[in-house]
Design a protein around this ligand. Structure first.
Ligand SMILES: CCCCCCC[C@H](O)CC(=O)SCCNC(=O)CCNC(=O)[C@H](O)C(C)(C)COP(=O)([O-])OP(=O)([O-])OC[C@H]1O[C@@H](n2cnc3c(N)ncnc32)[C@H](O)[C@@H]1OP(=O)([O-])[O-]
Ligand SMILES: NC(=O)c1ccc[n+]([C@@H]2O[C@H](COP(=O)([O-])OP(=O)(O)OC[C@H]3O[C@@H](n4cnc5c(N)ncnc54)[C@H](O)[C@@H]3O)[C@@H](O)[C@H]2O)c1
Length: 286
């Protein structure tokens, strides 16, 4: 337990955060996702301002954060309740609230938007904030479905705009998809990866590029709760067996694009790379 308490203390004032590009975070939207994001950022020593449209909503957000933190400490500080209370208080001290986004973003390194899933509403928010936020401030959206480029187009900071897709419930889910648009700079992407890691989360890159099998496997495990990612599973089953299955389905339903032959799978099978049983498939096992 002493070790854990030490860890927590380190987390709350970690030098990683002191030296990081992102120390001050504004989270807009204090609902399900925004509250969770504010919580994990505060737990890891960031100073957080949580913004919503009314004081009542923000009171409720603070109550929810406190409730979630109590669930965390109930387990982690089971035999040290005072240390648990102190931890909750320290985290809550890292969070302030506001109903005026334009005034608080003036001191922020990162704006995380978690408001209603509506393109026009998100664009209106970012367009306003773009005019008042400092030049260095990075904007991200937690959108589930909207293209980051479409949201970013409401601003003049395309190089400092990206997506951080957290998963619900944020305090429990390790996965964060870090996505960027065509104009996002490498510096912004790196800062977002570092921030995600500083939160204790596992980032997967969602650049518009050929997918990496590792990212896809991690995303399916941490985001969708699969015990193995699809590539790990194919290797486990055997790529020759998988090819027989897919070819059989394709023969029956040649019009179904899901069963179309996979050039990569066919190549690996032709090379004798049949998965775990031969020591190599999508991954190497030797
Ligand atoms: C139509 C299109 C729709 C598209 C939707 C897209 C959505 C979006 O973009 C993507 C997503 O997020 S997709 C969604 C992705 N999300 C998923 O797939 C989620 C799937 N669900 C899960 O993985 C599990 O149910 C959980 C891990 C959430 C909970 O674990 P469980 O085993 O079911 O058990 P439990 O009994 O509940 O809790 C056990 C203990 O865990 C702890 N704890 C739990 N919650 C906590 C919190 N909020 N705070 C703090 N602590 C929390 C606590 O210690 C608790 O003990 P307590 O004594 O009760 O305090
Ligand atoms: N719910 C999920 O499982 C989930 C998971 C990942 C991503 N997301 C995405 O996160 C975003 C938020 O989802 P949620 O589930 O937290 O929604 P929610 O309805 O719980 O919360 C949204 C909050 O935003 C506030 N809000 C709306 N407009 C605002 C504005 N202009 N300024 C400040 N606050 C404003 C609302 O008052 C509300 O408190 C959406 O884009 C959603 O797609 C949701």
């Amino acid at each position: 337990m002493a070790f854990f308490t030490h860890q927590i203390t380190r987390t709350l004032c970690s030098s990683a955060v002191r030296n990081a590009a992102i120390k001050h975070v504004t989270v807009i939207g204090g609902g399900l996702m925004g509250s969770g994001i504010a919580q994990v950022a505060a737990v890891t020593g960031h100073s957080v301002v949580l913004v919503d449209t009314s004081e009542d909503i923000l009171k409720n957000s603070a109550k929810n954060i406190q409730g979630s933190l109590k669930r965390v400490v109930k387990k982690k500080f089971a035999d040290k309740p005072e240390a648990g209370e102190e931890f909750v208080q320290k985290v809550m001290n890292n969070i302030s609230t506001s109903t005026d986004a334009a005034s608080v973003v003036q001191k922020t390194d990162l704006v995380v938007e978690a408001i209603v899933e509506n393109l026009k509403v998100k664009q209106a928010l970012f367009s306003t904030l773009d005019k008042v936020a400092p030049a260095h401030t990075i904007f991200v959206s937690n959108t589930s479905s909207l293209p980051i480029a479409d949201i970013a187009s409401s601003t003049a900071r395309l190089d400092r705009f990206g997506g951080l897709h957290f998963f619900n419930p944020v305090p429990m889910m390790k996965l964060v998809e870090v996505s960027i648009a065509a104009g996002t700079s490498q510096q912004t992407f790196d800062a977002l990866l570092d921030f995600t890691k500083a939160l204790g989360k596992h980032p997967v890159s969602c650049k518009v590029s050929h997918g990496s099998k590792e990212d896809i496997d991690v995303a399916m495990k941490l985001g969708a709760g699969y015990p193995m990612g699809p590539f790990e599973l194919l290797d486990y089953v055997g790529l020759d067996t998988s090819k027989f299955i897919i070819d059989g389905w394709y023969e029956k339903e040649p019009e179904n694009p899901l069963f179309a032959p996979s050039p990569l799978l066919n190549k690996l099978v032709a090379e004798g790379k049949l998965g775990k049983k031969t020591g190599e498939g999508f991954y190497k096992y030797k």
